[in-house]
Write a protein that binds this ligand. Structure first.
Ligand SMILES: Cc1cc2nc3c(=O)[nH]c(=O)nc-3n(C[C@H](O)[C@H](O)[C@H](O)COP(=O)(O)OP(=O)(O)OC[C@H]3O[C@@H](n4cnc5c(N)ncnc54)[C@H](O)[C@@H]3O)c2cc1C
Length: 445
């Protein structure tokens, strides 16, 4: 047997963890969280216990397929336990751009998929009775930092209404957005009603509890160190420190953490991992609480190096991409705090209680990818920082693919692994692009 490997880093000290630990049952740790300690044989093995892997396993369980979930870390250690909890119905590529590149029919299909993601979250919250995840369909507000940015997002909302019949997007004036957010930093905005917020760690833990109760074993602290398939063999053997899993099909749901072991590292080359950082303040005073973000939506701004914010537990949560730091480093947090205070000067003296970061998986075409890397292996990844809803949907589609189905995937369907060109240059490349974006944002271009 191979020696056990330890998690790459301990789980970050997030606000989500603090909220879960403060619950009366101390967060109801997963009962099935032991590592694998014997050899198993199943129809489908799922690697990764985030939204992708757990929803894949649930879809398999519902079809009566014998499956197991393996994770190198505790459930929700990856992005699923540390994200901002914004449940959105969009892709990084806008629908008018998809129309320009691929035609209106494709834009319509992609629009359906984006909104289906939100429906899946609603359904899972309902089926698994995830009240602790506090899903709220409060909508998402895009806040424009310049008149030209406002014109662009309004034009997009008009296009979506006219060509896709989507009436969930409405424009807000400068006064309207100031009233909603409490910030004078924006000239107007667009509200997307089909979006919401959730407590991400409670959501992923709730999914894990739900599928465990339905009979799917989840083995935590179980890194898959090798995926073996000898010529002529129909099955794949997954090697972990405590035992092997022989499976007819494997679903790789490891996203931006695929390089934890060499067994899944090939999937990392499909992605450009980008650090995303977040801070959460102390509880706001009753006066500030009553004035800032009164509708409790999620809020994003239109700058290229986008910042986003929401209010949780009476605190301001403020996040943004940080191409210059690595996970676990403290770089980027001070810059985030400065950006927060620039938009909300009232927060100048407010203490920051939590700081954390994680990797999002960006793809070359700005869209998630789901497909088969060979006849026994399916993958889903690359949510480009918007995976709460989309990973919940694509995990289910990955399960369908693994069973030989043909779900509607439109542009998300990948013909196989397509490594990012010049992958070894990704880190300097990301920094170069980010620096250029920061410059354009700074000069208001
Ligand atoms: C800071 C941050 C903020 C974000 N904010 C938002 C947001 O507000 N809204 C939104 O929609 N999206 C957001 N995202 C993106 C979203 O969190 C992800 O797209 C989503 O969680 C991906 O889920 P996943 O299950 O595919 O991957 P993950 O949750 O990352 O799970 C992958 C799992 O695979 C395991 N693993 C990796 N390799 C192996 C191996 N070899 N063997 C066993 N296990 C392995 C890891 O331990 C990990 O648990 C954010 C991400 C970050 C980091």
């Amino acid at each position: 047997m191979l020696a056990p490997t330890t998690p790459r880093t301990p789980p970050p000290a997030t606000l989500w963890r603090a909220l879960a630990d403060a619950a009366p049952d101390g967060g109801a740790a997963l009962s099935a969280g032991a590592p694998l300690g014997r050899d198993l044989e199943v129809e489908v093995a799922v690697i990764g216990a985030g939204y992708s892997g757990l929803t894949a396993a649930y879809a398999l369980q519902k079809r009566g397929v014998d499956c197991v979930v393996l994770d190198a870390n505790p459930v929700g250690w990856g992005a699923s336990g540390r994200n901002g909890g914004v449940v959105s119905s969009k892709f990084r590529l806008s629908f008018p751009t998809i129309d320009k590149l691929h035609g209106l029919d494709t834009a319509k299909r992609m629009h359906r998929l984006a909104h289906e993601g939100v429906r899946v979250v609603e359904t899972l919250v309902d089926e698994f009775k995830l009240t602790r995840a506090r899903f709220e369909a409060t909508g998402s507000l895009r806040c424009a930092h310049t008149e030209s940015a406002l014109a662009a997002i309004r034009a997009e909302a008009d296009w979506v209404r006219t060509h896709l019949g989507d009436t969930t997007m409405t424009a807000l004036s400068r006064a309207g957005i100031e009233h909603e957010t409490g910030s004078k930093g924006f000239v107007g905005g667009v509200l997307s009603a089909d979006a919401g917020t959730i407590l991400p760690l409670e959501y992923v833990r709730g999914l894990a509890r739900g599928i465990t109760q339905r009979g799917v074993p989840i083995y935590e602290s179980t890194p898959v160190q090798q995926m073996l398939r000898r010529p002529g063999e129909q099955h794949v053997t997954l090697v972990t420190p405590g035992g092997t899993v022989r499976a007819k099909q494997v679903i790789v749901a490891t996203n931006a953490y695929s390089d934890l072991t060499p067994a899944t590292a090939a999937y990392q080359r499909e992605l450009v991992p980008f650090r995303s950082a977040m801070i959460a303040t102390e509880r706001l005073s009753p006066e500030l609480d009553a004035r800032l973000m009164v509708e409790r939506r999620s809020y994003t701004e239109t700058r290229r190096m986008m910042k986003w914010f929401r209010k949780v537990d009476g605190r301001m949560l403020f996040g943004g991409r940080d191409a210059f730091g690595k996970e676990g480093q403290t770089t980027g947090f001070d810059a985030l705090q400065r950006a927060m205070v620039a938009l909300f000067p009232d927060l100048a003296g407010v203490r920051v209680d939590y700081r954390w970061s994680g990797y999002v998986g960006m793809t070359f075409n700005s869209l998630p990818h789901v497909g088969r890397s060979d006849d026994a292996t399916t993958f889903c990844l690359g949510y480009n920082g918007a995976g709460v809803a989309m990973a919940s949907l694509l995990g289910q589609h990955a399960a369908a693919l693994a069973l030989g189905g043909t779900p509607e995937l439109s542009l998300l369907g990948a013909p196989g692994l397509r490594p990012v060109p010049f992958h070894s240059l990704r880190a300097p490349g990301v920094r170069l692009v980010a620096a250029w974006y920061q410059f354009l944002d700074a000069v208001g271009a």
